[in-house]
Design a protein around this ligand. Structure first.
Ligand code: C2E
Ligand code: MG
Ligand code: MG
Ligand code: MG
Length: 282
């Protein structure tokens, strides 16, 4: 009945819901295609050592430009990839492409200390992840310390038993593990004892608010103290102004990332940036 007459009282979806569902399906199909044809790209954002002014590392961030949908934000296509079972493939692609790019820059004589790749909790369900990463690293003649994996606190809500095992395995290999968006996701700090973390990334919301909000300022202070006590690297993300940089430095932050230094850049622009920065430092 509903099928024969789209406007029937029996139709399950309103026109609006129907349209949303169709858009989502079209986007899902397009994402599947983009992964198959490898038309996603990575942009790269430098992380700066505030004391030396030198490059600490580079974060790889996924980008998707679709001929009709235009630029689709990772805030949209990452959750979509998770929902429709494509996140495993996306994670492998990001790892592979980041390692390939890092190796290419090094061959070109550019000094890039390490690369950070974002992974979703689901990526750690894969018992083959450690082996896959090791294969990828050796294929590009890279060492485990060249790679850092960024995870978020949502990994803690994940009850899959493989997750902790894979995290421990990866860490035991010497690959870096970083807690991204630190301070936003989870109310208990107890997990810092259980997870093998090397790095904390202070969420950009605290950096954004620290100049005007005493509580945010107190929290940025608390986070660097936690990181120091646990001998972890702490990276401040979303640093946009000189004032924020100075406040962070006063508190003891040594590594920062944000528009103040550079936006995420396409590979060729990142390469130009690297050449300019090397020139400045020599
Ligand atoms: P994230 O890993 O926390 O990345 C930082 C986000 O902040 C990026 O947004 C970056 O472009 C943005 N950003 C950098 N500097 C500044 C700044 O100074 N100010 C402000 N306001 N923003 C800044 P983007 O690229 O849109 O990525 C959003 C999120 O999508 C990432 O957050 C990450 O969670 C996820 N993501 C991106 N690429 C991947 C990927 O390859 N795999 C997975 N699983 N997730 C990814
Ligand atoms: Mg990240
Ligand atoms: Mg973050
Ligand atoms: Mg984030």
């Amino acid at each position: 009945q509903a099928k024969a007459n789209g406007r029937s009282h029996f139709s399950f979806f309103s026109d609006e819901m129907n349209q949303l569902a169709q858009e989502r399906l079209a986007l899902e199909t397009a994402l599947r295609e983009a992964l198959q044809q490898r038309t996603l790209t990575l942009h790269y954002q430098p992380q700066i050592n505030l004391e030396s002014g030198r490059l600490h590392g580079i974060e790889a961030l996924a980008r998707w430009h679709h001929p009709t949908f235009g630029n689709v934000s990772p805030m949209r296509f990452i959750p979509l990839a998770e929902e429709c079972g494509l996140i495993g493939q996306l994670g492998q692609w990001a790892l592979e492409e980041s390692c390939r790019q890092l190796a290419a820059w090094r061959r070109a004589g550019l000094d890039v200390p390490a690369i950070s790749v974002n992974l979703s909790p689901t990526n750690f369900h894969n018992l083959e992840l450690t082996r896959y990463i090791n294969d990828t690293l050796s294929e590009h003649a890279l060492a485990p310390r060249d790679l850092t994996l960024e995870i978020t606190e949502s990994v803690l809500l994940d009850t899959n038993p493989s997750t902790l095992r894979t995290l421990n395995e990866v860490h035991a290999q010497g690959i870096g593990l970083s807690m991204d968006d630190f301070g936003t996701g989870y109310s208990s700090l107890g997990y810092l004892r259980r997870l093998p973390l090397d790095e904390l990334k202070l969420d950009k919301i605290f950096v954004h608010d620290m100049e005007h909000d005493e509580t945010a300022l107190a929290l940025t202070h608390a986070v660097i103290r936690i990181g120091e006590s646990l001998k972890m690297t702490v990276v401040a993300e979303g640093v946009e102004t000189q004032a924020q940089r100075e406040l962070l430095e006063q508190q003891g932050y040594k590594v920062a990332q944000g528009y103040l230094f550079s936006r995420p850049l396409a590979p060729e622009q990142m390469e130009d940036w690297l050449r300019r920065t090397v020139d400045q430092n020599t």
